[in-house]
Design a protein around this ligand. Sequence first.
Ligand SMILES: C[S@@+](CC[C@H](N)C(=O)[O-])C[C@H]1O[C@@H](n2cnc3c(N)ncnc32)[C@H](O)[C@@H]1O
Length: 235
Amino acid sequence: MITKFSEKERNRWADEGWLSSNSYYNFWGNIFSKDLDQYIRNKEVVDIGTGNGLVWENTLNKGANPSHLTMIDPDLSISEKLAGRDFISPHRSTIENVEEIIGDTIIFKQAFHLVYEKSGDRLFDLVKGKNFISFAMFPEIDWPVSDAFKEVHAPSCPDARKIIEKNGKKIIESKLYSYPVTMNREEWISMIEGRFISCLYACDDGFIENEVSWIQDNCPDIVEFKDTLECLIFR
Ligand SMILES: C[S@@+](CC[C@H](N)C(=O)[O-])C[C@H]1O[C@@H](n2cnc3c(N)ncnc32)[C@H](O)[C@@H]1O
């Protein structure tokens, strides 16, 4: 259990582009506080892969009131104010190293693929919940990227529906959420150079250079696309 965070230890995932904008966290705060209300209000919630906690800051500011909120992330970098709230338990750890994860609602926002990659189906022995909620990207994306990028991205998205079924769980609700991205081409290049998405971690510098050239040749000054996540609620 940890309660103090320093600037140095901040999670870098959402440092650039739309992932660092207030409007992005406001968008997700609305979805969590309104659409997920029945799964959060007076519930023991566990958020796996919390990152910088800004989704939760927005969600709580909009009146959401879980009875307890556990946050787990090896790079957890929430504000001291959030960490200090008495109903929040922050753990800077992978789930594999937390002894017991039990809650009414278990949430993975853009983290299911990373956790599943490590623990596989053992995930459902490590984590017990009444309801599970995952927000994840599709393997097919309509982002302004090259075919080479798409080929690297697709295998990083496991088939969540298959995994859910294989583990004896049932999807009770599904919905798509699209955040409208607008930014200039230089910002987009900077995100690619910073390997902002986990599928780029394993790519060498040559791959990144080729992608930047592709963007320079193919993208307009202002880049517009949709960042779409599929929400699956299962139990
Ligand atoms: C794409 S970020 C999403 C952050 C946050 N949920 C959001 O949407 O703003 C994925 C997060 O999952 C975390 N993560 C990766 N492996 C994990 C594991 N085994 N257990 C818990 N969290 C993990 C990463 O550290 C990262 O912060």
